[in-house]
Design a protein around this ligand. Structure first.
Ligand SMILES: Nc1nc2c(ncn2[C@@H]2O[C@H](COP(=O)(O)OP(=O)(O)OP(=O)(O)O)[C@@H](O)[C@H]2O)c(=O)[nH]1
Ligand SMILES: [Mg+2]
Length: 446
């Protein structure tokens, strides 16, 4: 019975209901043994669950999902029991005593992939859906679970098979009477595919931002008010605010939800001349985070004097935001020169302060900018570095294939490699069906 697995599908701990999930060849027999025999497929039935001695463990619902029309493709079942630790342990012990094994992490979904119920992208989407902290994350995962990734790759695969068929024909039957344009017609679909792949790779940036969180870094001089803004955006006292310049040294990350998108906000050390090794390390970390951020909020003291306003300017990029903070105090030369620098770089500008409602302008600006950056008519199907990597490999092969128009055998090899790279995204490896298509579409063979 070792191949039949079970696991608690709900979170452990006290709850109204807990769901135990079972999958494998011995599920039907196990159900019978724990007092849940005679179930109708996919119908919830009330049963008293018992152990091997016939002692009642709980009364709850049992559902039987005979394979292959089940999540894993195998025989599956769910036991809905009362969510007390004692009940869950009792039923788990009874299942273990019958020889069922506790599932490994992700094992149900892995079986679903192995049995062809889900492709790899969909399996990843299941994980993303469970981890989703914002509406955008869950929407993106659902679109992937519905097969966004698989559908697209299926279409590309079809295109590559057709291209390969042309190229194979040119290689294998050079003297036969091929349609004249066969040799010349593959560049057009290959070029179109190349553009599609490039778009998909670019989309990957957005897909990752939605899935992992859009990274916003607060950059500026010590004492500019970064931690004050960090706390205001988070609505809690997360970072220490003090009159001492150089209060924040570590990079502090916290996530917040803006318009349904997950945002990863980072407070960091003020930039300038470090007083000691700790400050120097803090500034090094701050710069590293800011460079990788999707957006830098350049915080400048509205009432600042001297050259402090410049801090962090070298990190700021077009499209970032200038925040003139402490706007409750009279503006100074810093306001003017920072504004000029911002105009040169094409930055937007807002005014904030620590008074109630004083950071609303910043929140509003972010709430419009982030959905603008991440939104679109669809969520991208490219959501992880793994997808981007495979797509980049596929693009390289398509590019190479395009460079070898006079050598169809070389081009064919690159098209095959491109297919392999794409197949790895969805986990559908195997290019043998290409040959079938060659003959089916061309009718050249006998
Ligand atoms: N008048 C005024 N003072 C402010 C405002 N915001 C923050 N301060 C004060 O400015 C000082 C520095 O604020 P912080 O938020 O700690 O500044 P920081 O940029 O995080 O500073 P470091 O962590 O040292 O880099 C504190 O004494 C705050 O009380 C504001 O809008 N107006
Ligand atoms: Mg600080």
């Amino acid at each position: 019975m070792n191949n039949t697995i079970f696991a608690l599908a709900t979170a452990p701990g006290r709850a109204a209901v807990a769901v135990l999930r079972l999958s494998g060849p011995e599920v039907r027999e196990a159900l019978r043994q724990v007092g849940a025999g005679g179930l109708k497929p996919r119908r919830a039935s009330l049963r008293t669950f018992v152990d091997a001695d016939g002692e009642a463990l709980d009364r709850g619902l049992a559902i039987w999902f005979p394979g292959p029309a089940s999540y894993t493709g195998e025989d599956c079942a769910e036991l809905h029991v009362h969510g007390g630790v004692g009940v869950v342990d009792g039923v788990s012990d009874a299942l273990r005593a019958l020889g069922l094994r506790l599932a490994e992490p992700g094992e149900f979904t892995r079986r679903a992939v192995q049995n062809g119920k889900l492709d790899l992208g969909q399996a990843e989407a299941v994980g993303d859906l469970i981890d989703a902290e914002s509406r955008a994350q869950s929407r993106q995962a659902i679109s992937q679970l519905n097969g966004a990734l698989g559908d697209r790759h299926q279409a590309w695969r079809g295109q590559l098979i057709a291209i390969l068929a042309d190229l194979e024909a040119a290689v294998d039957f050079p003297d036969e009477e091929l349609p004249l344009d066969v040799m010349n017609r593959s560049p057009v679909p290959l070029e179109r595919l190349l553009r599609d792949l490039e778009t998909a790779i670019e989309e990957g940036v957005r897909g990752l931002q939605v899935r992992q969180g859009y990274r916003v870094g607060l950059v500026g001089a010590p004492n500019a008010g970064k931690s004050t803004l960090f706390n205001a955006l988070l609505n809690r006292d997360a970072a220490i605010v003090a009159t001492v310049a150089g209060t924040t040294r570590d990079t502090l990350e916290a996530s917040l939800d803006l318009e349904g998108y997950k945002v990863l906000l980072c407070d960091m050390a003020g930039l300038g001349n470090p007083g000691d090794v700790i400050e120097a390390e803090g500034m090094r970390r701050a710069k590293a985070w800011a460079e990788l951020a999707d957006l830098r909020v350049w915080v400048v003291d509205h009432a600042g004097t001297g050259d402090e306003w410049r801090s962090g300017l070298d990190l700021i990029q077009a499209g970032d935001l200038l925040v003139l903070h402490k706007s409750d105090r009279p503006g100074s030369g810093a306001e003017r020169v920072a504004t000029e620098a911002a105009e040169r770089l094409g930055l937007s500008k807002v005014y904030t302060n620590h008074l109630p409602g004083g950071s609303d302008t910043l929140r509003k600006w972010l709430s419009s900018r982030i959905p603008d950056d991440l939104g679109g008519s669809d969520f991208p199907a490219t959501t992880r570095a793994r997808h981007v990597l495979q797509l980049t490999q596929a693009r390289e092969h398509v590019e190479r294939a395009l460079k070898a128009p006079a050598q169809p055998e070389l081009a064919a090899e690159d098209v095959r490699l491109a297919m392999r790279a794409l197949a790895q995204v969805t986990g559908a490896i195997g290019v043998d069906d290409v040959l079938d298509r060659v003959f089916a579409t061309f009718c050249i063979g006998k």
